[in-house]
Design a protein around this ligand. Sequence first.
Ligand SMILES: Nc1ncnc2c1ncn2[C@@H]1O[C@H](COP(=O)(O)OP(=O)(O)OP(=O)(O)O)[C@@H](O)[C@H]1O
Length: 261
Amino acid sequence: MSALRLRAVDAGYAGRPVVRGVTAEVPDGGWLAIVGPNGAGKSTLLKAIAGLVHHQGEILLHDRPVTSTGRRELARTLGFSPQSPAMPDGLTVTDYVLLGRTPHLGALAREGAQDLSIVDEVLARLDLADLAGRRLHTLSGGERQRTVLARVLAQQTGVLLLDEPTTGLDIGHAQALLELVDRLRRADGTTVVTTLHDLSFAAQYADRLLLLDGGDVAAEGPPAEVLTAERIRRHYAAEAEILTSADGHPVVVPVRPAPPG
Ligand SMILES: Nc1ncnc2c1ncn2[C@@H]1O[C@H](COP(=O)(O)OP(=O)(O)OP(=O)(O)O)[C@@H](O)[C@H]1O
């Protein structure tokens, strides 16, 4: 079964679509990376899938329209980690990550031992255990980014929507985070949709890439088919060589443009 199916999706703000005509399918346990230049509409599409931005066309989550799924049920099925979420200063890392357990609690219930143990495990996996008691405003950019991901992982949903999850992370933490997400999908069949600026990371981890430009789908398919030097030039106005890594994935290497004249 497809975890996620998009048919002729337009999405945007105040009646003005900024993403048009997206059709895509992500199987259970699949990983789709939405790529494209700044302002292409990547975050808008991800928010539409999360039910946070109005859309036209069809977005089906396990064959049901996201729009007809209640907020609480949606939050138990689909975890969304935004690019710049509100993070109240006074909260500790543990308190913030515990918020991820909210959709699983009864109406007036407080978190129990099991919720705390899930949070501890997620913090350990994201190299955050030593920061559990720290207030959010004292964290570095990368620590905040990992804390945001910890919250969505504590939500334990079968579908993860991650908006630029590696922004601000050094190469080691970025790789560890993507490896962790990849292990989740291999072990539990978690379905993943990410926006990613790093095209080489996108090619290493995602099964398919959806390249947006100016709100339109410029290409969709396996990374090795989507990533060509010609497309990088046309859609990003950048010069790059596409190499192939030892394990067969495309690697995008920026090269300096030839001097004018
Ligand atoms: N809340 C909003 N109201 C009106 N327009 C918006 C809103 N959010 C985004 N936009 C516009 O929609 C377009 C797509 O923005 P979006 O954030 O989806 O692009 P993106 O591909 O994720 O960009 P980036 O790579 O820079 O994060 C942009 O022109 C942006 O200015």
